[in-house]
Design a protein around this ligand. Structure first.
Ligand code: NAP
Length: 317
């Protein structure tokens, strides 16, 4: 099969499309013909091994898995001898943050990584519903959202932010979201009640206060957001912060009124059924920025690494 390969950590220039063997499934695995995958920020971290901590998961000196890719949407073509929950021809999708080896024509993976695609969803939106929405789930489910609260989403245009906005929209809350001038209409269409154009206005200058500040792009700090949090407000960021302080703040603020929570991701056994339900009921529609062919995957990585994508970048295979 054709696959996007890298043998050491580095930039998108490392990536080559090569012919490799498709792995034979064990008893509890399936082989999936990949129709769509994405290039997302987790893929970029896996490619570059940045932050350094990624090396403890992926391989200290070089990557243990040479095929790139974390998510897939495709069709089951072979099942292991003990697999009864899937059959050949099933439309499935899944996400493996430590490396799913899915930027390839076929992926061989354990059945716990595989979920049925809702009947109303094609392969392209299915692939675009995984990585960002998986992390967005962690924001919503680390807190107890209540009717009437006011939420600020920083960076509502990203893979995480655009999913989070649609998930938060399911609650009876007021949503303010920040984005770039060019994305105001998109964010309005996803359901934000108030929009702050970050190129024109600093949200910390506003008189508004928020029960939750969800920074989905890691562009703020707890210190800067503290004045705009309500008395018992909470701050969550998708990034560690300039001094990795967001790891320690949850403990340091545990007795304080204004708290920091770190969104350690939940297992996909929790997140993907939730995503499937929202896709099936039409409450979540992934934002797709661009699509590329597998042969152009280097360009896709270069684009995603700029940190400016809207929603998701899909690779058609
Ligand atoms: N903790 C984890 O395990 C984990 C996993 C995945 C991702 N992440 C991190 O989470 C962050 C978000 O990931 P993502 O996939 O959602 O990002 P993304 O899809 O690359 O999106 C970033 C978005 O943020 C917007 N943006 C840039 N600067 C902004 C600012 N100052 N204020 C508001 N919006 C701004 C960009 O649009 P414009 O530039 O056009 O405004 C773009 O739409 C990244 O920093 C990533 O490293 C963490």
């Amino acid at each position: 099969m054709k696959a996007a390969i890298r043998r050491r950590y580095g930039s998108p220039k490392q990536i080559k499309i090569e012919e490799v063997d498709t792995r034979v499934p064990t008893a509890q695995e399936v082989v999936i013909r990949v129709h769509a995958t994405t290039v997302n920020r987790t893929d970029c971290a896996n490619l570059s091994a940045k932050p350094f901590i990624m090396r403890f998961i992926l391989g200290l000196f070089k990557p243990r898995k040479i095929i790139l890719g974390t998510d897939f949407a495709g069709e089951v073509i072979t099942i292991g001898t003990e697999v009864s929950s899937f059959k050949v021809g099933d439309k499935v999708f899944g996400f493996v943050d430590t490396g799913g080896e899915s930027q390839a024509e076929y992926v061989t993976t354990a059945i716990e990584n595989v979920f049925p695609i809702p009947a109303n969803c094609d392969y392209t939106p299915a692939a675009a519903s995984l990585e960002g929405a998986h992390y967005a789930y962690s924001f919503v489910h680390k807190v107890n959202l209540k009717s009437g609260q006011h939420i600020l989403i920083i960076g509502a245009t990203g893979g995480i932010g655009s999913a989070l906005l649609q998930f938060v929209k399911q609650y009876d809350v007021k949503i303010t979201a920040t984005c770039n001038t060019k994305n105001i209409e998109l964010i309005r269409s996803l359901g934000a009640h108030k929009i702050i154009d970050y190129t024109q206005e600093d949200f910390t200058d506003s008189q508004d206060t928020y029960d939750f500040v969800f920074d989905t792009v890691g562009k703020s700090t707890f210190g800067a957001c503290k004045p705009v949090l309500t008395e018992n407000g909470m701050y969550i960021s998708s990034e560690l912060g300039p001094y990795s302080q967001n790891i320690f703040y949850p403990l340091l603020t545990s007795m304080a009124a204004k708290k920091v929570i770190f969104p350690i991701p939940f297992n996909t056994q929790k997140t993907i059924p939730y995503i499937s339900h929202h896709l099936a009921t039409g409450k979540f529609k992934p934002v797709i920025d661009r699509t590329y062919a597998l042969e152009d995957i280097t360009k896709a990585y270069e684009y995603v690494m700029k940190g400016q994508k809207m929603g998701n970048v899909v690779i058609h295979i």
